[in-house]
Design a protein around this ligand. Structure first.
Ligand code: COA
Length: 191
């Protein structure tokens, strides 16, 4: 194993942001860019994987509320995938969650094949689904108007991000170019 897993430190912030941005670049989350690291309050956990030169090559953030935990971010640098980095991060998270009496760990993902495969092979079961819908003037000038009925005078919508019910998937796909199925993955921490 030529990587190490350790706690995130405030001095990692720039490296963390870059790893996340590159990790998401080849996925449907390519435009979900953060410019400051989201805060994970205690008793949540933030881990990084580092390479041989100490560079950050994988990140995981997990929020904890009562006996439920949620993966807020998981990303491995594209040059370092399929080496067990995400699995090592998850293993350490699960060990920590057991000490906190957490019962379930969940995560939300879209249809990115590498992520779907990884969640399924890492003990997560797929649960509820809903839709992420983008209404974008550049895709079709009529999309924002289809999404937003009543306009505030003086403001013209150009781009909007919306949630919709999975039952409306066919209609949404007819009317909007960018629609993602957002799915919950969940596993029992103590199994
Ligand atoms: C999903 C993601 C985090 C997985 O990271 P990863 O470090 O490549 O994951 P792992 O290496 O632990 O596992 C990936 C695969 O490599 C295999 N693998 C693990 N160690 C290996 C090794 N030493 N040699 C060869 N293959 C290995 C695993 O069996 C796994 O196969 P599978 O996907 O068919 O089950 C990564 O693809 C990623 O960052 N994707 C983009 C960001 C993203 O989509 N995040 C989730 C948003 S919801």
């Amino acid at each position: 194993m030529d990587f190490a897993v350790r706690r995130y430190l405030p001095s990692d912030e720039t490296a963390w942001l870059r790893c996340r941005a590159l990790g998401f670049l080849d996925t449907t989350y390519f435009d979900a860019v953060e410019r400051t690291k989201p805060v994970i309050p205690a008793p949540g956990i933030e881990l990084v994987a580092t390479g041989q030169d100490g560079e950050v090559i994988g990140v995981i953030d997990v929020a904890v509320e009562g006996d439920e935990a949620t993966i807020e971010t998981i990303a491995v640098h594209p040059d370092h995938r399929s080496r067990g980095i995400a699995s090592a991060l998850l293993e350490e998270v699960l060990a920590y969650l057991r000490t906190q009496n957490v019962a379930t760990l969940d995560a939300w993902g879209r249809e990115d094949p590498s992520a779907l495969r990884w969640y399924r092979s890492s003990g997560f079961a797929e649960g509820e689904h809903y839709l992420h819908v983008y209404a974008d003037y550049d895709a079709d000038a009529a999309e924002p108007d289809r999404a937003i009925g009543e306009r505030r005078p003086g403001l013209r919508p150009v781009r909007a991000f919306l949630h919709a019910k999975i039952e409306d998937e066919a209609v949404m796909r007819e009317q909007f170019a960018r629609v993602h199925v957002c799915r919950r993955f969940v596993q029992d921490v103590n199994s």
